[in-house]
Design a protein around this ligand. Structure first.
Ligand code: ATP
Ligand code: MG
Length: 578
């Protein structure tokens, strides 16, 4: 695929908007390369996940950036699994990563690569370094290596094995590969400079011995390349032009360049940008894994998780995530983005497309005394006032309905305009009703039922005599509505920056004990019985909801609230404008 047309095909959904995100320092570097002809105008990026966990929204930023830039410049983007550490990696993660990237709307076509496919080639490069006198076999343990590496203020000390002959190094390295030595007994180290101010350049380990099975290469190898060595060489093998990574690799760039320079192979340009951090959550696979393994969440796809699979199950759309990634842009300094912005992007997307429906989450029964016992009327309801083309639907109305328990107060405070004894309100898409009696449980005093009357003349939503009501309530017909479980979510963490842990604290201490509220026996309008896994709805006055793909069963649906309606981000934006 030399013209890259296909890559802009599917990727276009996200990338079209990326172009409007404007120029940033990464695109400026690419423009400069295109001007000078460094890569003959070619742009080839890669997304390189390590398959040791599920992807999170931070990875989405990297995916949108890599695939987006490729599409924008008519280039290509590879999916490469950075699978050089056999101890933590699993096939399950590989599959989930592919599903997530696809779901976000990006296509790597036939360019699915694995660093493990390059092990033989990497071994060859390592042998070349040895032959050039640029690498040596070191017998120090990892603790000793660390101890002799020095500090920011102190130079490191040279290994006593640093000056082994090339012949001896070649012999030992071959025997390392052959499995003659135990795990950790020896390493291959690059021979650079133990006094370098950059600690990464102080004879870093290139390959280590690890007698573990790899999820793809099985027991074929017992030496594995270190990240810094494998990554630059993989980029070079794939002829990646721009190797975009997060800021913590800035200090590794001299080493990235050193390997490619010494080997004299294709030289990709590493470019670093600030990783995404979000308020009220953590974006680290290691920490997310601890939450999964410790049972603090129900799995990687728990709707509370900031993982792509969690957001998908929660009901987020790929469009809203791509929009979010484009809005935050790329920068060189680490910040923490408000999670409200993500919610805002979702609302903007769903406000346009989600049909409005009525759902009573905490039902209170209302009997309309003067309504005929067996009558059923179809009331017409608009599906989306923002978009008349979405049409209308019919809602059954009958003598017994449910309203929201919160919409009734026996002793209404000031400014409570909803239902109260003797008060008249409007039922959305139906009649005015007046509360004439309150039925209570004789033992507990709890209100169990309201008796009301309706005014037949108000079917249009207004009274012919012009009298006004201040409240409009949503409702469902008791005998037609379906019963469902509804889950409401708050932030996963109660603390804005849960990565900020003091002495003796653990990030898990800040988990929000009220993150999930589950409501059983909710009553929803009948049409929701047909809700499919990709449908999203606005439950009037409650927010946006979707069916939970995992826990819903036939006849017992579970709905997730994706976001409530209240939009604090829109308020912030409005304030900033004025
Ligand atoms: P974590 O710190 O969560 O374990 P990682 O960097 O180890 O993430 P990788 O699988 O190595 O995870 O990441 C794949 C790509 O995604 C890398 O290029 C990495 O820089 C990028 N990436 C990871 N986390 C973020 C983030 N929070 N924001 C932006 N990009 C990220
Ligand atoms: Mg990593």
């Amino acid at each position: 695929m030399s013209n890259g047309k296909n890559s802009s095909g599917k990727a276009g959904g996200g990338a079209g908007k990326a172009a409007s995100a404007g120029r940033d320092f990464i695109r400026a570097i690419i423009d400069e390369h295109n001007r000078t002809g460094r890569y003959d105008g070619r742009v080839h990026t890669r997304f390189p996940p390590e398959p040791n966990g599920y992807l999170h929204i931070g990875h989405a930023k990297s995916i949108c950036l890599n695939f987006g830039i490729a599409a924008e410049y008519g280039g290509l983007c590879n999916l490469r699994f950075d699978d050089t550490n056999p101890s933590k990696e699993e096939v399950e993660y590989v599959e989930s990563i592919k599903e997530d990237v696809r779901w976000l709307g990006f296509d790597w076509e036939d360019r699915e690569y694995y660093a493990s496919d390059y092990f033989e080639q990497l071994y060859g490069y390592a042998v070349e370094l040895v032959k050039m006198g640029k690498a040596y076999v070191c017998d120090l343990s990892s603790d000793e290596v660390r101890e002799q590496r020095g500090t920011l203020t102190e130079p490191g000390r040279e290994s006593p094995y640093r000056n082994r002959s090339i012949e001896e190094n070649l012999d030992l390295f071959e025997r390392m590969r052959a499995g003659e030595f135990r795990t950790g007994a020896r390493t291959l180290r690059a021979k650079i400079d133990m006094t370098s101010p950059n600690i990464n350049m102080r004879d870093p380990v290139t390959c280590r011995i690890m007698h573990s099975s790899h999820h793809r290469t099985g027991d074929q190898w017992c030496i594995y390349p270190m990240y810094d060595f494998a990554h630059c060489c993989s980029d070079s093998i794939e002829r990646i032009t721009h190797s975009i990574c997060t800021l913590e690799f800035e200090d590794h760039r001299p080493l990235y360049d050193w390997y490619l320079e010494e080997l004299g192979i294709f030289h990709s340009q590493q470019i670093e940008f600030a990783r995404l951090n979000l308020t009220y959550t953590v974006l680290s696979k290691r920490k997310l894994l601890l939450l999964v393994e410790g049972g603090y969440v129900s799995g990687w796809d728990d709707p509370l998780m900031p993982t792509i699979s969690g957001l998908r199950r929660r009901g987020y759309t790929p469009e809203s995530i791509r929009d979010f990634c484009n809005r935050i842009g790329v920068a060189k300094n680490d910040t923490r983005v408000s999670i409200d912005l993500l919610a805002h992007c979702l609302r903007e997307d769903l406000n346009k497309q989600a049909p409005r429906v009525m759902a009573v989450l905490r039902p209170l029964k209302v009997v309309i005394d003067n309504y005929p016992d067996d009558a059923i009327e179809d009331m017409e309801a608009v599906n989306n006032p923002e978009d008349p083309s979405m049409g209308t639907r019919m809602l059954p109305f009958s003598r017994e309905i449910y309203i929201e328990r919160d919409d009734f107060r026996e002793d209404p405070p000031k400014k409570f305009f909803r239902l109260a004894p003797g008060r008249e309100v409007r039922l959305k898409h139906a009649y005015f009703i007046t509360c004439i009696d309150v039925v209570k449980d004789t033992k507990t005093g709890e209100v169990t039922e309201l008796r009301c009357t309706y005014d037949h003349e108000t079917r249009s939503g207004d009274a012919p005599d012009g009298r006004k009501v201040k409240g409009t309530l949503h409702w469902v017909s008791a005998k037609h509505s379906i019963t469902a479980t509804v889950r409401l979510y708050d932030h996963l963490f109660a603390k804005e920056n849960p990565d900020d842990v003091g002495k003796g604290e653990d990030f898990k201490d800040f988990l929000n004990p009220n993150a999930l509220e589950e409501l059983k026996g909710c009553r929803l309008e009948p049409g929701l019985a047909r809700a499919g896994s990709v449908d999203r709805f606005q439950f009037l006055r409650h927010g946006y909801f979707c069916v939970d793909s995992r826990d819903s069963t036939e006849g017992a649906p579970v709905f997730n609230r994706i976001v409530p309606l209240r939009d604090s981000w829109a308020k912030i934006e409005k304030k900033q404008r004025s």
